[in-house]
Design a protein around this ligand. Structure first.
Ligand code: NAI
Length: 340
C-alpha cells in the first residue's frame, strides 16, 4: 500500500507485530496518550489486505481517544487488530503472542475484548502481560453501557422535548442484545412504549412478553412513528436513506459509528433531529472496564456513568448556541481535553 494515502491523524505510534510460530499478524495503533495509557479493544477480523487492517486500526484508535476523553477517564486512545479469521484461526498461542507484543510496549497500550475476541481469548493475553482489561472476572460492561444510554435519552428528552419523564414516549429500538435489552427494560420501567426489531426471534418474543414491545421487521424500524430512535445493533444507520424516513426527533442508542459519513451530523441538525453522539452516550462500558483495570473504588462508578447525561446536556446546549451539529461539539469537547 501507499504510505502517503493513509490518514495517520497524529497517531503517536503504530506497531506491526508478527510471530511466525503462532501465525500472529497484528497492528497496534496508539493514537494519543496525553490523558493516560491508550486503552481500546482488540478486534480480530479477516481483513482482505494489510492496508484495510491498518485503516481500521487507525480509525478505531482515534475514536477511542475521543470517547475516553469525553468520558473523563484518565486514559488515552488505542486499538489493536489481529488479521485472521475469528471463526477458524484462534489458538492460545496467537493470543499469547499478542500478549508478548503488548508487554514490549511497556503499558503504553492496554487491550480488551472487541469484535471477534472474547474475555476467554483475553485470558491467554493476560498470561503474558498485565496490560489487558475487561477479562470478565468482575462482570459484563453492557449493563453500564445501557445505563449510559438511558440517562443520555433522558437528557435528550429534557432538552429537545422539554419533558422530565419518559412516560408515554415511543422508542423504536433496533437490536435487543446485551446492551439493547437492558436499555429496553429501563425504558419500559420508565413508562416508554417500545417498538423493536431484531434478527433473533427469541429476543423478540422475550421483549413482547416481558416488556409488551411491538415487533416490526428489521427494515421497518426506520419508518415507525416514534419519539426516539435507539440504534443498538449496527453502525452507519444514520444515512441519507434512513434520515429521510425516521419520524423520531431524537437518536439515542449504543451502536458504534452511527453516522454513515461525518456530514450526517449536520443533516440531523437541519432536520431537527437531536443526535446523541454515539461515543458520548455509549461510554458506560469503557468507564466500567477502566475502573476495573485501574482498581478504582467502584462506589463512584454509577455516578460516573450517570454523568454521561450531564455531558450530553452540555453538548446539546452548546450545539444550539453555536449552531453546530452535536457530533462536532462532542469532538471539540474531546479535543480540548487531549490536545495541548
Ligand atoms: P450484541 O451482539 O449483544 O447485540 C446486538 C443485537 O443486534 C443482537 O440481538 C442481534 O441479533 C441484533 N441484530 C443484528 N443485526 C440486526 C439487524 N439487522 N437489525 C436488528 N437487530 C440486529 O451487541 P451489544 O454488546 O449489545 O452491542 C450493541 C451495539 O453497541 C454494538 O454496535 C456495539 O458495538 C455497541 N457497543 C456495545 C458496548 C457494550 O458494552 N456491549 C459498548 C459500546 C458500544
Amino acid at each position: 500500500f501507499v504510505f502517503n494515502e493513509i490518514n495517520f491523524d497524529n497517531h503517536e505510534q503504530v506497531v506491526f507485530a508478527s510471530e511466525a510460530k503462532s501465525g500472529l499478524k497484528a497492528i497496534i495503533a496508539i493514537h494519543n496518550t496525553k490523558l493516560g495509557p491508550a486503552m481500546g479493544g482488540c478486534r480480530m477480523w479477516n481483513y482482505a489486505t494489510e492496508a484495510e487492517a491498518l485503516r481500521d486500526a487507525l480509525r478505531l484508535s482515534r475514536g477511542m481517544t475521543y470517547k475516553n476523553a469525553v468520558a473523563g477517564l484518565p486514559i488515552g486512545g488505542g486499538k489493536s487488530v489481529i488479521i485472521a479469521n475469528p471463526k477458524t484461526d484462534k489458538t492460545p498461542a496467537l493470543f499469547e503472542a499478542l500478549g508478548e507484543a503488548l508487554e514490549r510496549l511497556s503499558g503504553r497500550y492496554i487491550t480488551a475484548e472487541d469484535v471477534g475476541t472474547s474475555p476467554s481469548d483475553m485470558a491467554y493475553v493476560a498470561g503474558k502481560t498485565k496490560y489487558v482489561a475487561g477479562l470478565g472476572d468482575r462482570g459484563d460492561p453492557s449493563p453500564f453501557t445501557a445505563l449510559g444510554c438511558f440517562v443520555g435519552a433522558q437528557a435528550a428528552v429534557k432538552h429537545h422535548l422539554k419533558r422530565d419523564s419518559m412516560e408515554g414516549l415511543v422508542v423504536a429500538l433496533q437490536g435487543l442484545g446485551h446492551v439493547g435489552y437492558d436499555y429496553a427494560r429501563q425504558l419500559h420501567a420508565a413508562g416508554a412504549k417500545l417498538i423493536v426489531a431484531d434478527i433473533d426471534q427469541a429476543s423478540l418474543k422475550r421483549a413482547q412478553e416481558e416488556l409488551h414491545a411491538e415487533v416490526v421487521g428489521i427494515n421497518e424500524i426506520y419508518d415507525v412513528q416514534a419519539d426516539i430512535y435507539a440504534p443498538c445493533a449496527l453502525g452507519a444507520t444514520l444515512n441519507p436513506d434512513t434520515l429521510s424516513r425516521l419520524k423520531a426527533k431524537i437518536v439515542a442508542g449504543a451502536a458504534n459509528n452511527q453516522l454513515a459519513t461525518a456530514d450526517m451530523g449536520e443533516v440531523c441538525r437541519q432536520k431537527g433531529i437531536l443526535y446523541a453522539p454515539d461515543f458520548v452516550i455509549n461510554a458506560g462500558g469503557i468507564i466500567k472496564v477502566c475502573y476495573e483495570y485501574m482498581n478504582t473504588p467502584e462506589d463512584g462508578m454509577d455516578a460516573h456513568v450517570r454523568r454521561i447525561g450531564e455531558t450530553l446536556a452540555e453538548v446539546f446546549a452548546r450545539a444550539d448556541s453555536e449552531g453546530l451539529p452535536t457530533s462536532v461539539v462532542a469532538d471539540r469537547i474531546a479535543e480540548a481535553r487531549f490536545k495541548n
